[in-house]
Ligand binder design. Structure first.
Ligand SMILES: Cc1ncc(COP(=O)(O)O)c(C=O)c1O
Length: 440
């Protein structure tokens, strides 16, 4: 048996992330296996994966190609220091990713997570402006409702109250644009027609703070964790224009949107806007090994590297495991699967079926709103007893008992199945979701 049996006599010592620890330990949900579209539990039951884990298992669980590449790599090269040394796989991965990324996002910096990718992107933006003699550009612009991971830079530019309120004042000089969730956006499939004018918040910040003091603006093309807020038509284009006008770097956080989730290779492709910097993680290794990446444009890379004297380190930043062999191998094997299985094309083909099924939930009374784009969607559930999150917590258990999993944030159910999902899986997914939600 490959999976470690649950032999521990205690669940107590593991302080679990983003988890109601006391409730979980009183009634644990333990997953002991995963294959294809399904998990198996310690109760021997199967659970359909309706969220690709945490949006990372795009190619489905237990892909032998990745396991084989990881195993082979561990036997050949367990570790190589990434500072001042290298190994072939991270270079090959960079070549592959650069060929797939839009525009001239041709340089890749590796991290171990989406959170680290975000903080890396913000640091690169500051360093870039300093290198071009505009070190006064220290302001960073984020957005209300955004999720950019959990590190200090990320929570400073992000806008989800619970992820910020316990952790002090964050980075100085950050301003937040409004989110794009408008009251008239009811059951909108795809991009909303209204709301592009919200991009003018960035123009207002340029007026208020001086555009020449702003280093970068960071947005998720589709704001994922807050509940799949699809950008209004023209919104990202307008952000791009304002950034260009003021020489502000545009960062897309594609930790969720990247790698086919939108039915295109990246969110940037889906919405036709190319950022200067892009963050990635999650599906980069199909969730198998932690890895994140930051892609930057020629201009950003060349400016930073050329500003340093010859033989000098250009960017004082990096992680012990940046692009480590096993993660690079997993990512390369994942790129092969994407090509062989044509996962992006598959996502595009499955999108109408997925969105039809998602929006067919409209008649379920507890659902108050639905949004969706590509292979990601969200259903807002009515608040229970006036306390946000109560219904969501209940639903997690009920979904699990019914043999289905989605990602709940508060009272919003995010649905984003692996891109290998077939029509039967989509049908099963929404049948089970309906079965549970209809009882509310
Ligand atoms: C848009 C976005 N950025 C960053 C992150 C953080 O990624 P990680 O949990 O790998 O640190 C996430 C995670 O969900 C995300 O959705």
């Amino acid at each position: 048996m490959n999976v470690v049996p649950l032999t521990s006599n205690s669940l107590e010592q593991h302080w679990m992330p983003f988890t109601a620890n006391r409730a979980f330990k009183a009634k644990p949900r333990i997953i002991t296996g995963a294959k294809g579209m399904y998990y198996t539990t310690d109760r021997g039951e199967t659970v359909l994966d309706g969220s690709a884990g945490l949006f990372c298992v795009a190619a489905g669980h237990g892909r032998p190609e990745i396991a084989e590449a990881v195993g082979r790599t561990l036997n050949e090269i367990d570790y190589a220091p990434p500072f001042q040394h290298g190994h072939p796989m991270s270079f090959e991965l960079s070549r592959r990713l650069a060929s797939e990324l839009p525009g001239d996002l041709n340089y890749l910096f590796y991290t171990n997570s989406g959170s680290e990718s975000v903080d890396t992107a913000l640091k690169i933006a500051l360093a870039y402006h300093r290198c071009r003699g505009e070190g006064q550009r220290q302001r960073l612009i984020g957005r209300e409702g955004a999720y950019h991971g959990v590190n200090f830079g990320g929570i400073s530019v992000a806008g989800i109250l619970n992820n910020r309120k316990a952790y002090g004042v964050g980075l100085p000089g950050v301003a937040h644009m409004r989110h794009t969730k408008l009251p008239e956006h009811e059951y909108v499939r795809g991009e909303p027609e209204t709301g592009a004018e919200l991009a003018e918040d960035l123009a207002r910040f340029c007026q208020l703070h001086g555009g020449e003091n702003i280093a970068a603006v960071i947005v998720e093309p589709i704001a994922g964790s807050i509940g799949c807020l699809v950008p209004p038509k023209g919104y990202l284009q307008r952000l791009r224009e304002i950034c260009d006008e003021h020489h502000i770097l545009l960062i897309f956080d594609e930790v969720i949107c990247g790698f086919g989730r939108t039915g295109k290779p990246f969110g940037a492709d889906a919405f036709g806007v190319v950022p200067d910097i892009m963050t990635m993680a999650k599906a980069l290794t199909n969730g198998v090994v932690p890895m994140g990446a930051v892609a930057v444009s020629d201009k950003v890379y060349e400016t930073v590297t050329e500003a340093a004297p010859e033989n000098a380190v250009e960017l004082f930043h990096g992680y012990t495991y940046s692009g480590c062999p096993v993660a690079s191998a997993a990512a390369l094997a994942t790129r092969d699967i994407f090509a062989q299985d044509q996962l992006v094309e598959r996502a595009a083909q499955m999108t109408p079926t997925f969105l039809d099924a998602l929006f067919s939930m409209k008649d379920v009374p507890v659902i108050e709103n639905i949004r969706g784009y590509g292979m990601i969607g969200a259903m807002d559930l009515a608040t229970l007893n006036g306390t946000p999150g109560q219904r969501g917590a209940r639903v997690i258990q009920e979904f699990y008992d019914a043999g289905v999993m989605t990602k709940m944030t508060g009272d919003c159910a995010l649905v984003s199945p692996p891109l290998v999902a077939e029509e039967g899986h989509i049908d099963e997914l929404f049948t089970k979701l309906r079965q549970v939600l209809s009882t509310h």
